[in-house]
Write a protein that binds this ligand. Structure first.
Ligand SMILES: [Zn+2]
Length: 446
């Protein structure tokens, strides 16, 4: 009886603490300024950019030509000049690399990503990306990487992700908002040859020590019609790498949480794998360098139109593409306005600052204060569960104890929240895997 009373008392204390602090940290709510950004996403603009991209006939990474109306170089010039026209605040440049012949790159080629940077108050970066290059099989149905002048309009793959990126750059730069994070809008080259443009950029980011908090990669986000006749314009998939509590998975959970607030008509389908089975995308190039990132892809791919001359404007549903653009922008704007995620790792032990409290049966969480935070949101869930189940807003503190919640049986996390309710992604309390136990045996064997 005593134990039960003790438990209820502890529970009541937790709930009271939650109420008291709810003035500074609350469940997700719409920021009218972010809603205005989403309102400004224009279906007509998306259509106009995509019609222009398709008009270059191919954007194969090797279709470099001085013709102003054909090939990958004309396309990147168009993307660059269009983004430059949006706002003087956008710093738009070509991010070029001279690449030798190798793999699917059949001759030495200059490959250029188009990068538009909207500087924030801090240098930490949030990316929205799509690949502007295309590829198409030959008339015999096979790929021939040594031929790159066959028509490859790539309206959905990945003109859709490219124009989503361009339109996002426009509405964010024209919003007049002072973001805390630096937003980067990147039209990526040579995805089809093996994530070349993204890999080169991600390697440079790692070498330069840039802090990248999230990559929202969009690859095929405009088609709603499977070639089996089934359509789905309600759902978009979000792929994220293992393990279950990787920073990439926290971004995926964040997308689901915030899309439900700003674009409730769309169902976010989280997929707990890096990408589609046996297939790849540019977010993986960032993941390989240790940066968190996810991939958005339409619910149903139309395999009968992929990587051929029939990937045309008619296969893109612009209403769907507009909604997907709004999802990226809701997530990126909220993340960029929010404080950075709190650091939950001990500098000394490099393990999460999570203990059992005085009783041995509590969850005692500590974290480093996050600049700009007005409060924190502590979340937890049963360890055999994919998404956060419980939460409490704990005010502007750097520790919190959840009584009678076993740290063995639950997973924990904490997010930073500012005075307007913008949340960071969750920082999870996960231990590094144990090293192998090496036991020396008699006679020197192992
Ligand atoms: Zn693609």
């Amino acid at each position: 009886m005593f134990r039960r009373t003790h438990f209820l008392l502890a529970l009541a204390t937790t709930l009271i603490a939650a109420n008291v602090s709810s003035a500074t940290a609350q469940t997700p709510r719409i920021d009218p300024r972010v809603a205005t950004i989403l309102d400004n996403v224009s279906q007509d603009s998306l259509h106009a950019y995509l019609a222009k991209l398709v008009s270059f006939q191919t954007r194969n990474a090797m279709s470099v030509s001085d013709r102003p109306d054909w090939g990958v170089k004309a396309a990147r010039e168009y993307i660059m000049h269009t983004m430059q026209s949006f706002s003087p605040k956008l710093q738009v440049s070509l991010d070029c690399y001279d690449v030798d012949q190798q793999g699917r790159i059949m001759q030495p080629t200059q490959l250029c990503n188009v990068v538009a940077v909207l500087p924030g108050k801090s240098a930490r970066r949030i990316y929205i990306s799509g690949h502007y290059d295309t590829v198409a099989r030959q008339a015999n149905g096979r790929f021939d990487w040594s031929k790159w002048d066959n028509p490859a309009p790539g309206a959905d793959d990945d003109g859709s992700g490219t124009v989503l990126t361009m339109e996002s750059a426009r509405v964010m730069a024209q919003s007049g908002l002072d973001f805390d994070a630096t937003l980067v809008f990147m039209a990526v080259v040579a995805e089809e040859e093996g994530l070349i443009g993204a890999s080169l950029h991600a390697a440079k980011a790692a070498k330069e020590g840039w802090r990248i908090d999230a990559v929202l990669n969009n690859d095929m986000v405009g088609n709603v019609e499977g070639n089996d006749g089934i359509t789905d314009s309600r759902t978009v998939r979000v792929f994220s790498e293992a393990p279950t509590d990787s920073p990439s998975r926290q971004i995926a959970r964040y997308i689901k949480r915030w899309a439900a607030v700003y674009v409730p008509s769309t169902v976010i389908r989280l997929i707990a794998r890096e990408d589609r089975f046996g297939r790849g995308g540019d977010h993986t190039a960032f993941n390989r360098e240790g940066f968190p990132g996810v991939r958005f892809t339409e619910s149903l791919e139309n395999y009968s139109r992929q990587h051929i001359k029939d990937d045309t404007l008619g296969g893109v549903d612009f209403h769907y593409l507009t909604r997907n653009t709004r999802i990226d922008d809701a997530v990126a704007a909220t993340l960029a306005l929010a404080p950075p995620a709190p650091d939950v790792m001990s500098e000394r032990s490099h393990q999460p600052m999570l203990g059992r409290g005085e009783s041995g049966y509590d969850a005692a969480l500590r974290w480093q204060a996050s600049p700009g935070a007005a409060g924190y949101r502590v979340v937890w869930r049963e360890a055999w569960t994919p998404d956060w189940q419980y939460e409490v807003n704990v005010g502007n503190v750097t520790e919190h104890t959840l009584p009678n919640v076993s740290i063995d049986d639950y997973v924990f996390g904490v997010a930073a929240v500012d005075a307007d309710g913008h949340e960071s992604v969750v920082a999870a309390y996960e231990r590094q895997p144990r090293a192998r136990t090496n036991v020396r045996q008699e006679g020197g064997g192992r």
